[in-house]
Design a protein around this ligand. Structure first.
Ligand code: PLP
Ligand code: COI
Length: 345
């Protein structure tokens, strides 16, 4: 393992830092090349590249952790490989082979091991695989050539204050149409959220909760995370919709709640009226970046609902889920078979 970089790990935000190496593979003449690590963080391409004209891009997000006993690991990269495969196919891109995806993640983290935050600092190494249309297009069509890349950057908490409850608002904007692209991780889903998030931040909210566009009565997700709720019987309730991203964190927490914490878990449609009417004690956002970020209060056009944990601390159930998940990721709690990929011993 290389000597660690001189960084104030405990005070990192969720920001981009240029690290030493990135992985790149090109798809040209109908095939992916063998791929390699490079040092140059800049990309030169045609002004008419598919990504620049018609936003043909998909990406992933996962993290590498230093465990309690000093290993470097990552969490369920096979599921990111699979989701990126699905995302690429949906945008008519040649999918990157899943086994090569996992190998490339390992190779990129190893090459940047000096940037992996030490155990106990609260920071992690965020891994960003992405691919995009590289060759020129002018009529609306998929590109011929593609670039697959992975960079890494050390990060702290996504929301300032870490596990302190946040205030979110119900958005007037829609995120993903019922038969649109909400279920894949395409850059275009985030482009549409930029105006909504800037407006939310300007008004003092940390995130937007999007409703189902067809009826605007049901909870979908936020701009960058799925939603979890806890009802009066301590059941974990997970909003179900075909237009939300199948979060790996959420799928993992479903398993953790049932098998580690003995909780009942229900995936179902959740009405905003149930939430605002006080049917749930706790609420949180979950995702790679968000981990579990508790929601203190929801604002629906001036009408507010505050969850029982209030604005000072995470609620007991979200707290237990957070401790168990991060315990598994950082090697304090035994992981289910196949969840942890060891990168460096
Ligand atoms: N929903 C959206 C819109 C996201 O961008 C993310 C982040 O990846 C998630 C949910 C959480 O997914 P995961 O747990 O796989 O990171
Ligand atoms: C992630 O959690 O990995 C994401 O991609 C969310 C993003 C909004 C930072």
């Amino acid at each position: 393992m290389g000597a660690k970089k001189d960084i104030d790990w405990s005070n990192l935000g969720f920001d981009y830092h240029v690290t030493d190496k990135r992985y790149v593979s090109m798809y040209q003449n109908g095939a992916w090349d063998e791929g390699k690590l490079i040092s140059d963080d800049k990309i030169v391409m045609s002004e008419d590249a598919g990504v620049l004209q018609y936003s043909q891009s998909v990406f992933e997000g996962l993290k590498a952790y230093t465990t309690q006993d000093g290993k470097i690991v990552c969490f369920r990269p096979d599921l990111n490989a699979e989701r990126m495969y699905d995302s690429a196919q949906y945008l008519e891109m040649p999918p990157f082979p899943k086994d090569r995806f996992v190998d490339a993640v390992v190779e990129t983290v190893r090459a940047n091991d000096a940037w992996v935050p030490p155990y106990g600092t609260g920071a992690t190494l965020y891994i960003r695989p992405f691919m995009f249309g590289y060759s020129p297009v002018i009529g609306v069509s998929p590109a011929e050539d593609y670039m697959f890349r992975i960079f890494v950057t050390p990060v702290g908490p996504y929301f300032k204050g870490g596990a302190k409850p946040i205030v979110v608002r119900v958005s007037d904007y829609d995120r993903a149409a019922p038969r649109g692209t909400g279920h894949i991780k395409a850059g275009l889903n985030y482009a549409m959220s930029l105006h909504a998030i800037v407006d939310a931040h300007n008004k003092g909210f940390s995130e937007n909760i999007y409703l189902d566009p067809a009826t605007r009565t049901k909870l979908e997700e936020t701009g960058g995370a799925n939603i979890l709720l806890v009802d009066a019987d301590n059941t974990l309730v997970i909003p179900k919709s075909t237009s939300i991203l199948p979060s790996i964190t959420r799928r993992s927490l479903h398993y953790v709640a049932e098998n580690y914490l003995g909780m009942k878990v229900v995936e179902r449609e959740v009405l905003l009226s149930e939430v605002m009417g006080g049917e749930f004690k706790e609420c949180g956002l979950c995702g790679t970046a968000a981990v579990i970020s508790p929601i203190g209060r929801i604002n629906d056009h001036g009408k507010e609902f505050t969850f029982s944990n209030g604005m000072e601390k995470i609620g007991p159930v979200m707290g237990k889920l957070l401790d168990t998940l991060t315990g598994i990721q950082m090697g304090r709690i035994e992981a289910p078979e196949g969840w942890i990929k060891v990168i460096e011993e």
